[in-house]
Write a protein that binds this ligand. Structure first.
Ligand code: F6R
Length: 609
Protein backbone atom coordinates (compact mmCIF):
# COMPACT_ATOMS: atom_id res chain seq x y z
CA UNK A 1 0.00 0.00 0.00
CA UNK A 2 1.88 3.04 -1.22
CA UNK A 3 5.62 3.45 -1.50
CA UNK A 4 7.59 6.34 -0.12
CA UNK A 5 11.13 7.50 -0.89
CA UNK A 6 13.39 10.35 0.11
CA UNK A 7 16.83 11.60 -0.89
CA UNK A 8 19.33 14.08 0.53
CA UNK A 9 22.83 14.31 -0.92
CA UNK A 10 24.95 16.00 -3.56
CA UNK A 11 23.11 14.66 -6.61
CA UNK A 12 19.97 16.02 -8.21
CA UNK A 13 17.14 14.51 -6.18
CA UNK A 14 14.49 14.22 -8.92
CA UNK A 15 16.05 11.38 -10.98
CA UNK A 16 16.94 9.49 -7.80
CA UNK A 17 13.38 9.80 -6.48
CA UNK A 18 11.82 8.71 -9.78
CA UNK A 19 14.20 5.82 -10.11
CA UNK A 20 13.54 4.66 -6.55
CA UNK A 21 9.79 5.03 -7.02
CA UNK A 22 9.98 2.74 -10.05
CA UNK A 23 11.17 0.00 -7.72
CA UNK A 24 8.20 0.60 -5.45
CA UNK A 25 5.46 0.87 -8.03
CA UNK A 26 4.33 -2.62 -7.09
CA UNK A 27 3.11 -1.13 -3.80
CA UNK A 28 0.63 1.17 -5.48
CA UNK A 29 0.30 2.75 -8.86
CA UNK A 30 -2.79 4.90 -9.09
CA UNK A 31 -0.87 8.17 -8.77
CA UNK A 32 2.56 9.50 -7.87
CA UNK A 33 4.30 12.67 -6.82
CA UNK A 34 7.50 14.31 -5.64
CA UNK A 35 8.50 17.37 -3.63
CA UNK A 36 12.00 18.76 -4.16
CA UNK A 37 13.76 21.56 -2.31
CA UNK A 38 16.06 23.76 -4.42
CA UNK A 39 17.69 25.78 -1.65
CA UNK A 40 14.93 28.36 -1.56
CA UNK A 41 11.55 26.75 -2.03
CA UNK A 42 9.75 23.47 -2.47
CA UNK A 43 8.46 22.35 -5.86
CA UNK A 44 5.69 19.76 -5.77
CA UNK A 45 4.61 17.79 -8.83
CA UNK A 46 1.93 15.09 -8.83
CA UNK A 47 0.05 13.09 -11.44
CA UNK A 48 -2.82 10.65 -11.46
CA UNK A 49 -2.06 7.23 -12.94
CA UNK A 50 1.13 5.24 -13.24
CA UNK A 51 4.52 6.78 -12.52
CA UNK A 52 5.14 7.33 -16.23
CA UNK A 53 2.52 10.12 -16.19
CA UNK A 54 4.48 11.93 -13.51
CA UNK A 55 7.63 11.41 -15.54
CA UNK A 56 5.93 12.88 -18.60
CA UNK A 57 4.77 15.85 -16.56
CA UNK A 58 8.24 16.70 -15.32
CA UNK A 59 10.08 15.79 -18.54
CA UNK A 60 9.74 19.29 -19.93
CA UNK A 61 10.79 21.16 -16.80
CA UNK A 62 13.88 20.86 -14.70
CA UNK A 63 13.15 20.50 -11.02
CA UNK A 64 16.45 21.32 -9.39
CA UNK A 65 17.40 20.47 -5.86
CA UNK A 66 19.32 17.88 -3.93
CA UNK A 67 16.73 17.04 -1.28
CA UNK A 68 13.29 15.60 -1.90
CA UNK A 69 10.63 13.05 -1.13
CA UNK A 70 8.39 10.95 -3.39
CA UNK A 71 5.35 8.73 -3.27
CA UNK A 72 3.53 6.14 -5.34
CA UNK A 73 -0.04 5.67 -4.19
CA UNK A 74 -2.64 2.97 -3.58
CA UNK A 75 -5.71 5.00 -2.70
CA UNK A 76 -7.43 4.47 0.63
CA UNK A 77 -8.97 7.88 1.38
CA UNK A 78 -10.02 9.86 -1.67
CA UNK A 79 -10.07 8.69 -5.27
CA UNK A 80 -6.89 8.56 -7.35
CA UNK A 81 -6.39 12.13 -8.65
CA UNK A 82 -3.69 14.76 -8.98
CA UNK A 83 -4.95 16.53 -5.86
CA UNK A 84 -5.12 13.41 -3.70
CA UNK A 85 -1.63 12.28 -4.74
CA UNK A 86 1.17 12.80 -2.27
CA UNK A 87 3.23 14.77 -1.25
CA UNK A 88 0.76 16.84 0.74
CA UNK A 89 1.71 20.25 2.02
CA UNK A 90 0.65 22.69 4.71
CA UNK A 91 -1.33 25.79 3.69
CA UNK A 92 1.79 27.84 2.80
CA UNK A 93 3.36 24.98 0.81
CA UNK A 94 6.56 25.05 2.85
CA UNK A 95 6.19 21.65 4.57
CA UNK A 96 5.75 18.50 2.46
CA UNK A 97 4.82 15.02 3.65
CA UNK A 98 4.66 11.57 2.07
CA UNK A 99 2.81 8.87 3.95
CA UNK A 100 2.18 5.15 3.73
CA UNK A 101 -0.50 3.88 6.10
CA UNK A 102 -3.81 5.12 7.47
CA UNK A 103 -4.47 7.87 10.01
CA UNK A 104 -7.50 6.45 11.79
CA UNK A 105 -8.43 9.62 13.68
CA UNK A 106 -8.00 11.90 10.66
CA UNK A 107 -11.67 12.99 10.64
CA UNK A 108 -11.42 14.31 14.19
CA UNK A 109 -8.09 16.00 13.47
CA UNK A 110 -9.47 17.52 10.28
CA UNK A 111 -12.41 19.08 12.13
CA UNK A 112 -10.05 20.42 14.75
CA UNK A 113 -7.76 21.92 12.11
CA UNK A 114 -10.69 23.39 10.19
CA UNK A 115 -11.85 25.04 13.42
CA UNK A 116 -8.38 26.62 13.50
CA UNK A 117 -8.85 28.06 10.03
CA UNK A 118 -7.16 25.40 7.87
CA UNK A 119 -8.68 24.89 4.43
CA UNK A 120 -8.09 21.36 3.10
CA UNK A 121 -7.20 20.72 -0.52
CA UNK A 122 -7.54 16.93 -0.73
CA UNK A 123 -9.78 14.16 0.57
CA UNK A 124 -6.87 12.21 2.02
CA UNK A 125 -6.19 11.29 5.62
CA UNK A 126 -2.55 12.30 5.09
CA UNK A 127 -3.13 15.99 4.62
CA UNK A 128 -3.84 16.43 8.35
CA UNK A 129 -0.23 15.49 9.04
CA UNK A 130 1.20 18.36 7.00
CA UNK A 131 -1.13 20.85 8.68
CA UNK A 132 -0.43 19.48 12.16
CA UNK A 133 3.33 19.73 11.64
CA UNK A 134 2.82 23.31 10.52
CA UNK A 135 0.66 23.96 13.59
CA UNK A 136 3.37 22.66 15.93
CA UNK A 137 6.29 24.17 14.00
CA UNK A 138 8.21 26.70 15.96
CA UNK A 139 11.57 26.67 14.22
CA UNK A 140 12.34 23.02 15.03
CA UNK A 141 11.00 20.49 12.55
CA UNK A 142 11.95 17.47 14.66
CA UNK A 143 10.01 18.80 17.63
CA UNK A 144 7.02 19.61 15.42
CA UNK A 145 7.02 16.07 14.02
CA UNK A 146 7.34 14.57 17.51
CA UNK A 147 4.39 16.61 18.77
CA UNK A 148 2.35 15.69 15.71
CA UNK A 149 3.01 11.99 16.20
CA UNK A 150 1.49 12.16 19.65
CA UNK A 151 -1.79 13.14 18.05
CA UNK A 152 -1.86 10.50 15.32
CA UNK A 153 -3.67 7.16 15.65
CA UNK A 154 -3.15 4.49 13.03
CA UNK A 155 -0.23 3.38 10.92
CA UNK A 156 2.36 5.43 9.15
CA UNK A 157 5.71 5.59 7.46
CA UNK A 158 6.44 9.26 6.88
CA UNK A 159 8.97 11.37 5.04
CA UNK A 160 8.88 15.08 5.89
CA UNK A 161 10.78 18.05 4.47
CA UNK A 162 10.47 21.72 5.32
CA UNK A 163 11.91 24.71 3.51
CA UNK A 164 12.74 26.49 6.77
CA UNK A 165 14.72 23.45 7.95
CA UNK A 166 16.55 22.72 4.69
CA UNK A 167 19.35 20.43 5.82
CA UNK A 168 17.40 17.31 6.71
CA UNK A 169 14.63 14.86 5.97
CA UNK A 170 12.69 13.55 8.93
CA UNK A 171 11.41 10.00 8.71
CA UNK A 172 9.43 7.87 11.12
CA UNK A 173 7.39 4.68 11.06
CA UNK A 174 4.67 2.90 13.00
CA UNK A 175 3.18 -0.34 11.64
CA UNK A 176 4.29 0.51 8.09
CA UNK A 177 7.70 -0.39 6.73
CA UNK A 178 10.55 2.08 6.31
CA UNK A 179 14.25 1.61 5.65
CA UNK A 180 17.01 4.21 5.82
CA UNK A 181 19.85 3.85 3.31
CA UNK A 182 23.31 5.19 4.12
CA UNK A 183 25.41 6.12 1.09
CA UNK A 184 28.58 8.21 0.70
CA UNK A 185 27.57 11.83 1.16
CA UNK A 186 23.93 10.92 0.75
CA UNK A 187 21.09 9.33 2.68
CA UNK A 188 17.81 7.88 1.50
CA UNK A 189 14.57 6.48 2.81
CA UNK A 190 12.32 3.92 1.14
CA UNK A 191 9.43 1.63 1.96
CA UNK A 192 11.43 -1.34 0.74
CA UNK A 193 15.06 -2.25 0.17
CA UNK A 194 14.97 -2.71 -3.67
CA UNK A 195 14.44 1.04 -4.05
CA UNK A 196 17.79 1.67 -2.35
CA UNK A 197 19.97 -0.98 -3.93
CA UNK A 198 21.24 1.20 -6.75
CA UNK A 199 22.56 3.71 -4.23
CA UNK A 200 23.60 1.71 -1.22
CA UNK A 201 23.41 -1.70 0.41
CA UNK A 202 23.94 -0.31 3.91
CA UNK A 203 20.61 0.14 5.62
CA UNK A 204 19.07 0.83 8.99
CA UNK A 205 15.72 -0.76 9.84
CA UNK A 206 13.57 1.55 11.92
CA UNK A 207 11.56 0.14 14.81
CA UNK A 208 8.06 1.40 15.49
CA UNK A 209 8.01 5.06 16.49
CA UNK A 210 11.74 5.57 16.01
CA UNK A 211 12.60 8.79 14.20
CA UNK A 212 15.46 9.25 11.76
CA UNK A 213 16.91 12.66 10.82
CA UNK A 214 18.75 12.27 7.55
CA UNK A 215 21.47 14.77 6.64
CA UNK A 216 23.81 14.59 3.66
CA UNK A 217 26.70 13.25 5.73
CA UNK A 218 25.04 11.55 8.69
CA UNK A 219 21.87 10.18 10.13
CA UNK A 220 20.63 10.59 13.69
CA UNK A 221 18.06 8.39 15.40
CA UNK A 222 15.68 9.10 18.26
CA UNK A 223 13.37 6.84 20.23
CA UNK A 224 9.75 7.51 21.06
CA UNK A 225 10.74 9.66 24.04
CA UNK A 226 13.03 11.78 21.89
CA UNK A 227 16.25 10.30 23.31
CA UNK A 228 19.12 9.93 20.83
CA UNK A 229 19.81 6.24 20.09
CA UNK A 230 22.39 4.27 18.15
CA UNK A 231 21.23 1.84 15.49
CA UNK A 232 22.96 -1.06 13.89
CA UNK A 233 23.84 -0.81 10.20
CA UNK A 234 22.81 -3.87 8.17
CA UNK A 235 24.54 -4.79 4.93
CA UNK A 236 22.09 -6.15 2.36
CA UNK A 237 23.75 -8.61 0.03
CA UNK A 238 20.97 -8.89 -2.54
CA UNK A 239 22.09 -8.51 -6.08
CA UNK A 240 20.75 -5.33 -7.75
CA UNK A 241 19.57 -7.43 -10.69
CA UNK A 242 17.36 -9.41 -8.30
CA UNK A 243 15.08 -6.37 -8.26
CA UNK A 244 15.09 -5.95 -12.07
CA UNK A 245 13.38 -7.84 -14.86
CA UNK A 246 16.55 -9.37 -16.28
CA UNK A 247 15.23 -9.93 -19.80
CA UNK A 248 11.80 -11.25 -18.81
CA UNK A 249 8.76 -9.42 -20.03
CA UNK A 250 7.31 -9.22 -16.55
CA UNK A 251 8.52 -9.60 -12.97
CA UNK A 252 5.94 -12.31 -12.44
CA UNK A 253 7.39 -14.52 -15.17
CA UNK A 254 10.90 -13.88 -13.88
CA UNK A 255 9.85 -14.78 -10.36
CA UNK A 256 8.10 -17.96 -11.53
CA UNK A 257 11.40 -18.92 -13.18
CA UNK A 258 13.39 -18.08 -10.08
CA UNK A 259 11.59 -20.76 -8.08
CA UNK A 260 14.13 -23.54 -8.54
CA UNK A 261 16.92 -21.33 -7.19
CA UNK A 262 14.75 -19.92 -4.42
CA UNK A 263 13.77 -23.43 -3.36
CA UNK A 264 17.39 -24.55 -3.31
CA UNK A 265 18.46 -21.50 -1.30
CA UNK A 266 15.64 -22.02 1.19
CA UNK A 267 16.42 -25.70 1.65
CA UNK A 268 20.21 -25.88 1.50
CA UNK A 269 21.19 -24.28 4.79
CA UNK A 270 18.63 -26.37 6.66
CA UNK A 271 19.84 -29.84 5.76
CA UNK A 272 22.61 -31.68 7.63
CA UNK A 273 24.29 -34.32 5.52
CA UNK A 274 26.86 -35.93 7.80
CA UNK A 275 26.21 -39.58 8.72
CA UNK A 276 22.51 -39.55 7.85
CA UNK A 277 20.45 -36.73 6.42
CA UNK A 278 18.55 -34.62 8.90
CA UNK A 279 16.94 -31.23 9.22
CA UNK A 280 18.87 -28.48 10.91
CA UNK A 281 16.71 -25.72 12.29
CA UNK A 282 19.13 -24.79 15.06
CA UNK A 283 20.22 -21.69 13.17
CA UNK A 284 16.72 -20.30 13.79
CA UNK A 285 16.72 -21.37 17.43
CA UNK A 286 14.32 -24.28 16.99
CA UNK A 287 14.92 -27.01 19.56
CA UNK A 288 13.03 -30.05 20.84
CA UNK A 289 10.95 -27.94 23.24
CA UNK A 290 9.00 -26.50 20.30
CA UNK A 291 7.79 -29.90 19.22
CA UNK A 292 6.14 -30.46 22.62
CA UNK A 293 3.32 -28.09 21.63
CA UNK A 294 -0.26 -29.28 22.13
CA UNK A 295 -1.51 -27.54 19.04
CA UNK A 296 -0.18 -25.60 16.07
CA UNK A 297 -2.08 -22.53 14.92
CA UNK A 298 -1.18 -21.15 11.49
CA UNK A 299 -2.25 -17.60 10.70
CA UNK A 300 -1.79 -15.62 7.48
CA UNK A 301 -3.60 -13.83 4.65
CA UNK A 302 -4.17 -14.58 0.97
CA UNK A 303 -1.54 -16.69 -0.69
CA UNK A 304 0.36 -17.06 2.58
CA UNK A 305 -2.82 -18.47 4.12
CA UNK A 306 -2.90 -21.07 1.33
CA UNK A 307 0.62 -22.07 2.37
CA UNK A 308 -0.91 -22.46 5.82
CA UNK A 309 -3.62 -24.79 4.47
CA UNK A 310 -0.87 -27.01 3.04
CA UNK A 311 0.76 -26.71 6.45
CA UNK A 312 -2.31 -28.08 8.19
CA UNK A 313 -2.30 -31.21 6.05
CA UNK A 314 1.47 -31.57 6.43
CA UNK A 315 1.59 -31.17 10.23
CA UNK A 316 -1.33 -33.52 10.80
CA UNK A 317 0.16 -36.10 8.48
CA UNK A 318 3.80 -35.95 9.55
CA UNK A 319 3.60 -34.93 13.18
CA UNK A 320 0.10 -36.09 14.30
CA UNK A 321 -0.54 -32.80 16.01
CA UNK A 322 -3.83 -30.84 15.89
CA UNK A 323 -3.61 -27.82 13.62
CA UNK A 324 -5.89 -24.81 13.19
CA UNK A 325 -5.31 -22.68 10.15
CA UNK A 326 -6.79 -19.23 10.33
CA UNK A 327 -7.14 -16.17 8.16
CA UNK A 328 -5.48 -13.43 10.17
CA UNK A 329 -8.25 -10.97 9.26
CA UNK A 330 -10.81 -13.27 10.92
CA UNK A 331 -8.65 -14.42 13.75
CA UNK A 332 -7.93 -10.95 15.07
CA UNK A 333 -11.62 -10.18 15.54
CA UNK A 334 -12.67 -13.60 16.83
CA UNK A 335 -12.64 -14.65 20.43
CA UNK A 336 -9.99 -17.33 20.01
CA UNK A 337 -8.94 -19.71 22.76
CA UNK A 338 -5.29 -19.48 23.74
CA UNK A 339 -3.18 -22.10 25.34
CA UNK A 340 0.39 -21.19 26.28
CA UNK A 341 1.36 -24.63 24.99
CA UNK A 342 0.28 -23.61 21.48
CA UNK A 343 2.73 -22.76 18.79
CA UNK A 344 1.82 -20.11 16.28
CA UNK A 345 3.24 -20.14 12.80
CA UNK A 346 2.71 -16.79 11.14
CA UNK A 347 3.36 -16.65 7.42
CA UNK A 348 3.87 -13.43 5.49
CA UNK A 349 5.98 -12.64 2.44
CA UNK A 350 6.30 -8.98 3.37
CA UNK A 351 6.26 -9.42 7.13
CA UNK A 352 4.23 -6.21 7.23
CA UNK A 353 0.63 -7.27 6.56
CA UNK A 354 -1.52 -5.38 9.06
CA UNK A 355 -3.97 -8.20 9.83
CA UNK A 356 -1.21 -10.77 10.14
CA UNK A 357 0.78 -8.60 12.55
CA UNK A 358 -2.33 -7.97 14.63
CA UNK A 359 -3.03 -11.71 14.86
CA UNK A 360 0.56 -12.39 15.86
CA UNK A 361 0.45 -9.76 18.59
CA UNK A 362 -2.79 -11.24 19.96
CA UNK A 363 -1.29 -14.70 20.07
CA UNK A 364 1.82 -13.38 21.76
CA UNK A 365 -0.26 -11.62 24.37
CA UNK A 366 -2.11 -14.90 24.91
CA UNK A 367 1.22 -16.52 25.79
CA UNK A 368 1.85 -18.50 22.59
CA UNK A 369 5.29 -18.89 21.08
CA UNK A 370 5.65 -17.57 17.56
CA UNK A 371 7.49 -18.90 14.53
CA UNK A 372 7.54 -16.41 11.65
CA UNK A 373 7.99 -17.49 8.06
CA UNK A 374 8.81 -14.39 6.06
CA UNK A 375 10.80 -13.20 3.07
CA UNK A 376 11.82 -9.81 4.35
CA UNK A 377 14.79 -9.55 6.66
CA UNK A 378 14.19 -6.99 9.38
CA UNK A 379 10.43 -6.82 8.73
CA UNK A 380 8.13 -6.16 11.68
CA UNK A 381 7.09 -9.82 11.76
CA UNK A 382 10.71 -10.93 11.80
CA UNK A 383 11.51 -8.56 14.63
CA UNK A 384 8.58 -9.45 16.84
CA UNK A 385 8.42 -13.24 16.46
CA UNK A 386 10.27 -15.62 18.76
CA UNK A 387 11.82 -17.55 15.87
CA UNK A 388 12.23 -16.52 12.25
CA UNK A 389 12.60 -18.83 9.30
CA UNK A 390 13.39 -16.83 6.20
CA UNK A 391 12.23 -17.87 2.77
CA UNK A 392 15.33 -17.10 0.78
CA UNK A 393 13.33 -16.08 -2.28
CA UNK A 394 14.94 -12.67 -2.87
CA UNK A 395 12.78 -9.63 -3.55
CA UNK A 396 9.34 -10.45 -4.90
CA UNK A 397 8.18 -7.49 -6.96
CA UNK A 398 5.14 -8.75 -8.89
CA UNK A 399 1.97 -8.22 -6.92
CA UNK A 400 0.90 -11.84 -7.38
CA UNK A 401 2.99 -14.00 -5.12
CA UNK A 402 4.78 -16.98 -6.68
CA UNK A 403 8.28 -17.74 -5.44
CA UNK A 404 7.41 -16.51 -1.96
CA UNK A 405 4.61 -19.10 -1.88
CA UNK A 406 6.67 -22.10 -2.94
CA UNK A 407 9.46 -21.18 -0.54
CA UNK A 408 6.88 -20.77 2.23
CA UNK A 409 5.83 -24.33 1.44
CA UNK A 410 9.44 -25.45 1.67
CA UNK A 411 9.74 -23.91 5.14
CA UNK A 412 6.43 -25.43 6.24
CA UNK A 413 7.52 -28.90 5.15
CA UNK A 414 10.84 -28.58 6.94
CA UNK A 415 9.20 -27.56 10.19
CA UNK A 416 6.47 -30.22 9.90
CA UNK A 417 9.00 -32.96 9.15
CA UNK A 418 11.18 -31.83 12.03
CA UNK A 419 8.13 -31.86 14.32
CA UNK A 420 7.31 -35.36 13.09
CA UNK A 421 10.82 -36.56 13.72
CA UNK A 422 11.10 -35.00 17.19
CA UNK A 423 7.69 -36.35 18.19
CA UNK A 424 8.72 -39.83 17.12
CA UNK A 425 6.07 -40.06 14.41
CA UNK A 426 8.47 -40.09 11.46
CA UNK A 427 11.17 -42.74 11.39
CA UNK A 428 14.74 -41.83 10.42
CA UNK A 429 14.18 -43.66 7.14
CA UNK A 430 10.98 -41.73 6.36
CA UNK A 431 12.70 -38.49 7.20
CA UNK A 432 15.60 -39.27 4.89
CA UNK A 433 13.24 -40.22 2.12
CA UNK A 434 11.43 -36.90 2.43
CA UNK A 435 14.63 -34.88 2.61
CA UNK A 436 15.81 -36.68 -0.53
CA UNK A 437 12.55 -35.80 -2.28
CA UNK A 438 12.80 -32.15 -1.22
CA UNK A 439 16.37 -32.02 -2.49
CA UNK A 440 15.19 -33.13 -5.91
CA UNK A 441 12.30 -30.72 -6.11
CA UNK A 442 14.21 -27.68 -7.42
CA UNK A 443 15.43 -29.66 -10.45
CA UNK A 444 11.94 -31.01 -10.96
CA UNK A 445 10.56 -27.47 -10.93
CA UNK A 446 13.17 -26.53 -13.53
CA UNK A 447 12.10 -29.46 -15.71
CA UNK A 448 8.48 -28.48 -15.38
CA UNK A 449 9.26 -24.90 -16.38
CA UNK A 450 10.97 -26.13 -19.52
CA UNK A 451 7.50 -27.27 -20.68
CA UNK A 452 5.88 -23.94 -20.06
CA UNK A 453 4.89 -23.54 -23.73
CA UNK A 454 2.33 -26.31 -23.21
CA UNK A 455 0.59 -24.18 -20.61
CA UNK A 456 0.98 -21.11 -22.81
CA UNK A 457 -0.81 -22.90 -25.66
CA UNK A 458 -3.52 -24.11 -23.32
CA UNK A 459 -3.98 -20.56 -22.02
CA UNK A 460 -4.25 -19.18 -25.55
CA UNK A 461 -7.15 -21.57 -26.17
CA UNK A 462 -8.91 -20.97 -22.85
CA UNK A 463 -8.06 -17.46 -21.64
CA UNK A 464 -11.48 -16.11 -22.60
CA UNK A 465 -13.47 -18.65 -20.59
CA UNK A 466 -15.81 -16.75 -18.29
CA UNK A 467 -15.56 -19.22 -15.40
CA UNK A 468 -12.69 -21.32 -14.14
CA UNK A 469 -13.04 -23.80 -11.31
CA UNK A 470 -10.08 -25.48 -9.64
CA UNK A 471 -10.72 -28.64 -7.71
CA UNK A 472 -8.75 -31.22 -5.80
CA UNK A 473 -8.64 -33.19 -2.59
CA UNK A 474 -6.34 -32.74 0.44
CA UNK A 475 -3.07 -31.12 -0.64
CA UNK A 476 -4.56 -30.63 -4.11
CA UNK A 477 -7.44 -28.68 -2.60
CA UNK A 478 -4.97 -26.28 -0.99
CA UNK A 479 -3.35 -25.71 -4.38
CA UNK A 480 -6.76 -25.27 -5.99
CA UNK A 481 -7.35 -22.37 -3.59
CA UNK A 482 -4.05 -20.77 -4.52
CA UNK A 483 -4.52 -21.36 -8.26
CA UNK A 484 -8.01 -19.81 -8.30
CA UNK A 485 -6.70 -16.76 -6.44
CA UNK A 486 -3.81 -16.35 -8.87
CA UNK A 487 -6.10 -16.51 -11.90
CA UNK A 488 -8.65 -14.06 -10.54
CA UNK A 489 -5.98 -11.61 -9.35
CA UNK A 490 -4.19 -11.08 -12.61
CA UNK A 491 -6.60 -12.15 -15.38
CA UNK A 492 -9.85 -11.01 -13.70
CA UNK A 493 -11.45 -14.32 -14.69
CA UNK A 494 -14.14 -15.44 -12.27
CA UNK A 495 -12.40 -18.39 -10.68
CA UNK A 496 -13.21 -20.46 -7.62
CA UNK A 497 -11.70 -23.40 -5.82
CA UNK A 498 -13.62 -26.38 -4.53
CA UNK A 499 -12.74 -29.39 -2.47
CA UNK A 500 -13.74 -31.88 -5.17
CA UNK A 501 -15.96 -33.83 -2.81
CA UNK A 502 -17.99 -30.69 -2.12
CA UNK A 503 -18.91 -30.18 -5.75
CA UNK A 504 -22.13 -32.11 -5.60
CA UNK A 505 -23.21 -30.25 -2.47
CA UNK A 506 -23.90 -27.11 -4.47
CA UNK A 507 -21.20 -25.71 -6.78
CA UNK A 508 -21.92 -28.18 -9.60
CA UNK A 509 -25.05 -26.12 -10.30
CA UNK A 510 -22.71 -23.51 -11.79
CA UNK A 511 -21.00 -25.85 -14.26
CA UNK A 512 -21.89 -25.46 -17.95
CA UNK A 513 -20.21 -25.37 -21.39
CA UNK A 514 -18.52 -22.07 -20.56
CA UNK A 515 -16.71 -23.55 -17.55
CA UNK A 516 -13.07 -24.53 -17.45
CA UNK A 517 -12.32 -27.05 -14.71
CA UNK A 518 -8.74 -27.59 -13.63
CA UNK A 519 -8.55 -30.81 -11.64
CA UNK A 520 -5.38 -31.24 -9.61
CA UNK A 521 -4.87 -34.96 -9.18
CA UNK A 522 -1.75 -35.96 -7.25
CA UNK A 523 -3.18 -37.76 -4.21
CA UNK A 524 -2.93 -41.30 -5.48
CA UNK A 525 -5.30 -42.89 -2.97
CA UNK A 526 -8.06 -40.58 -4.20
CA UNK A 527 -7.59 -40.93 -7.97
CA UNK A 528 -10.85 -42.84 -8.42
CA UNK A 529 -12.78 -40.16 -6.53
CA UNK A 530 -11.23 -37.42 -8.66
CA UNK A 531 -11.94 -39.37 -11.83
CA UNK A 532 -15.64 -39.47 -10.92
CA UNK A 533 -15.65 -35.74 -10.18
CA UNK A 534 -14.07 -34.96 -13.54
CA UNK A 535 -16.66 -37.12 -15.29
CA UNK A 536 -19.41 -35.25 -13.44
CA UNK A 537 -18.26 -31.82 -14.63
CA UNK A 538 -17.58 -33.06 -18.14
CA UNK A 539 -21.10 -34.47 -18.33
CA UNK A 540 -22.31 -30.89 -17.76
CA UNK A 541 -20.25 -29.54 -20.67
CA UNK A 542 -17.12 -28.30 -18.86
CA UNK A 543 -13.62 -28.47 -20.39
CA UNK A 544 -11.32 -30.37 -18.02
CA UNK A 545 -7.58 -29.92 -17.64
CA UNK A 546 -5.96 -32.44 -15.33
CA UNK A 547 -2.64 -31.82 -13.58
CA UNK A 548 -1.05 -35.10 -12.56
CA UNK A 549 2.25 -37.01 -12.54
CA UNK A 550 4.30 -37.41 -15.71
CA UNK A 551 4.17 -41.23 -15.50
CA UNK A 552 0.45 -41.41 -14.70
CA UNK A 553 -2.14 -42.49 -17.26
CA UNK A 554 -5.16 -42.72 -14.95
CA UNK A 555 -6.86 -39.61 -16.32
CA UNK A 556 -5.87 -39.86 -19.98
CA UNK A 557 -9.31 -41.00 -21.09
CA UNK A 558 -11.31 -38.67 -18.84
CA UNK A 559 -9.49 -35.37 -19.26
CA UNK A 560 -9.61 -33.06 -22.27
CA UNK A 561 -5.97 -32.25 -21.64
CA UNK A 562 -3.36 -33.41 -19.16
CA UNK A 563 -0.44 -31.35 -17.89
CA UNK A 564 2.23 -33.48 -16.30
CA UNK A 565 4.46 -32.69 -13.35
CA UNK A 566 7.48 -34.73 -12.23
CA UNK A 567 6.70 -37.44 -9.70
CA UNK A 568 7.45 -36.78 -6.06
CA UNK A 569 5.92 -37.98 -2.79
CA UNK A 570 2.18 -37.23 -2.77
CA UNK A 571 2.24 -34.80 0.20
CA UNK A 572 5.04 -32.76 -1.37
CA UNK A 573 3.33 -32.14 -4.73
CA UNK A 574 2.03 -28.62 -3.87
CA UNK A 575 5.46 -27.13 -4.59
CA UNK A 576 5.26 -28.49 -8.13
CA UNK A 577 1.55 -28.57 -8.94
CA UNK A 578 1.13 -24.85 -8.28
CA UNK A 579 3.67 -23.91 -10.96
CA UNK A 580 1.52 -24.77 -14.03
CA UNK A 581 -1.32 -22.88 -12.38
CA UNK A 582 0.88 -19.82 -11.86
CA UNK A 583 1.90 -20.01 -15.51
CA UNK A 584 -1.70 -20.45 -16.62
CA UNK A 585 -2.75 -17.33 -14.70
CA UNK A 586 0.21 -15.41 -16.12
CA UNK A 587 -0.48 -16.35 -19.74
CA UNK A 588 -4.23 -15.70 -19.43
CA UNK A 589 -3.43 -12.22 -18.11
CA UNK A 590 -1.02 -11.51 -20.98
CA UNK A 591 -3.50 -12.91 -23.54
CA UNK A 592 -6.12 -10.55 -22.19
CA UNK A 593 -3.76 -7.63 -22.71
CA UNK A 594 -3.35 -6.97 -18.99
CA UNK A 595 -0.27 -6.19 -16.95
CA UNK A 596 0.21 -9.22 -14.68
CA UNK A 597 2.68 -7.33 -12.51
CA UNK A 598 0.21 -4.64 -11.58
CA UNK A 599 -3.32 -6.01 -11.30
CA UNK A 600 -6.09 -3.49 -10.79
CA UNK A 601 -7.16 -2.61 -7.25
CA UNK A 602 -4.34 -4.61 -5.65
CA UNK A 603 -1.05 -3.73 -4.04
CA UNK A 604 1.82 -5.87 -2.92
CA UNK A 605 1.96 -5.18 0.73
CA UNK A 606 -1.33 -4.74 2.57
CA UNK A 607 -0.19 -2.65 5.49
CA UNK A 608 -3.69 -1.31 6.12
CA UNK A 609 -6.83 -3.16 7.17
C1 F6R B 1 -1.62 -13.01 -3.73
C2 F6R B 1 -0.91 -12.27 -2.73
C3 F6R B 1 -1.65 -11.88 -1.49
C4 F6R B 1 -0.69 -11.97 -0.29
C5 F6R B 1 -1.38 -11.45 0.98
C6 F6R B 1 -0.50 -11.57 2.18
O1 F6R B 1 -0.84 -13.28 -4.84
O2 F6R B 1 0.22 -11.95 -2.89
O3 F6R B 1 -2.78 -12.67 -1.29
O4 F6R B 1 -0.32 -13.30 -0.11
O5 F6R B 1 -1.73 -10.10 0.79
O6 F6R B 1 0.69 -10.87 2.02
P1 F6R B 1 1.95 -11.20 2.88
O7 F6R B 1 2.41 -12.55 2.52
O8 F6R B 1 2.96 -10.14 2.53
O9 F6R B 1 1.52 -11.13 4.31
Amino acid sequence: MCGIVGYIGDEEATPVLINALKKLEYRGYDSAGIAVFNGESLTVRKAKGALKFLEQKIATEIIKGSMGIGHTRWATHGEPSDINSHPHTDVSGSIAVVHNGIIENHAKLKTWLENHGVVFKSQTDTEVIAHLIDFHYNGDLLKAVQETLQRLEGSYALGVICQSDPERIIAVRKDSPLVVGAGKGEHLIASDVPALLEYTRDVYYLQDKEIACLYRDRVEFFDEEGQAIQKELTHVDWDVTAAEKGGYEHFMLKEIHEQPKALTDTLRARIKTYASKSINLEEIGFDASWAKAHRVVICACGTAWHAGVVGKYAFEHYARIPVDVDMASEYRYRDPIFDPADIFIIISQSGETADTLAAMRMAKKGGARIIAITNVVGSTLAREADLVMYTWAGPEIAVASTKAFTTQLMCIYLIALQFGSLRGVLSEKDLEEHIGALEKIADQAEKLLSNKEEIQRFASRNFNKTKAFFMGRLFDYAISLESALKLKEISYTHSEAFAAGELKHGPIALVDEATLVVAICTQTALFDKMDSNIKEVKARGATALVITYDDETYFDKTADEVFRIPRTLDPLTPILSVIPCQLFAYYCSVQRGLDPDKPRNLAKSVTVE
